[in-house]
Design a protein around this ligand. Sequence first.
Ligand code: GLV
Ligand code: MN
Ligand code: MN
Length: 424
Amino acid sequence: MAAASAGLDRTAAPTLRVDGARLWGSLMAMAEIGATAKGGSCRLALSDEDREGRDLFRRWAEEAGCSIVIDSMGNIFARRAGRDASAAPVATGSHLDTQPTGGKFDGVYGVLAGLEVIRRLNELGIETDAPIEAIVWTNEEGARFAPSMIGSGVFAGVFDQAEAYATRDLDGKSLGEELARVGYRGEEPCGAHPIGAFFEAHIEQGPVLEAEGRTIGAVVGAQGMNWYDVELSGAEAHAGTTPMARRRDAYLAAARVADRLAAIAHAHGPHGVATVGQVQVFPNSRNTVPGRVAFSVDLRHPEADALAAMEAAMARALAEICDPVGIERRIERISAEAPIGFDPDCVEAVRAAAQALGFEPKEMVSGAGHDACFLASVAPTGMIFVPCADGISHNEVESATPEDLAAGASVLLNAMLERAGRAA
Ligand code: GLV
Ligand code: MN
Ligand code: MN
């Protein structure tokens, strides 16, 4: 998918390239940890598999000469020293945790592309002015502990650390306890770590780059994303003896709400999206009408006003569906991330690096949430996207080519180098 554009003067431009085969090898080795039958990975945040992945990253980073700092949220900072030890580092990174049926690349690519940048700088004997850091952010996915991007969110001051520690998974285990159990509750206060600029490389997780035959996305911002916990309470009843007209079936109401949410998303198309991804039915018995249902809602839109309108429409739908049949409803918004724009200079650094390598980048807005979205509020930030097959992500079949992954990491290398300054 190389989109070398004719007419670019590449003679004066930085054209360093990473070792794509080494990057691919590291990605495949990391994917073995929590490997799933269908070719993906399952490393839920702060599980034993997540700990193993972190330990491997840490070992690789130490072998590459990095010093390691772990903060109180378990975020890992691997630093390659620069000439000016007092300068804030130019950092990159993403996450090693995955969805339950996750792929090999979502998040992992951004972490290991950062490691590859450090390995390549070592190999080339390049000293930077500012230090270079590769970061692992804790619990980006939000699959085990909601909300998502909790490590970078506490770092950016968006979430409170005590509340983050108290967040529990479906088995009742708290994030704080699990962080200590896996040995990653570090000493440095979360948020104290200086960052001069931040770049995140990631697979696109959507179909645009592939459809347009492009290799690099220069990400200018990310859409808004709201998460909710909804609980509907009706009445448990005998499945054989309770006439349909007398039921207060909480699951039936939840299904109707899910259907309305899809209609609300369509009404705010083409960008509005709505997802019910987690559902718990109580008592979860075949022959008892469900008395209670708890479910998650994920609403997203690139425009804040449209996202607010989707939320209001959801509240109306809940009332219309539940009230006439005597179902009690409780809705809590557990996170609200407004649409954001990345730093124009960082976006330009990505664009220039891509062009110098012979790619015409596509300007795009991220549909997914990323740690970079929170970092954008504390440091100049940019993102690099590379294509993934059929735009599929959050799926074990998630796939990307070694060539595209190497291209994105090379863009990252040159953008970071431009920002950090080259001492020798
Ligand atoms: C991150 O995985 C998201 O849900 O966008
Ligand atoms: Mn991700
Ligand atoms: Mn993800």
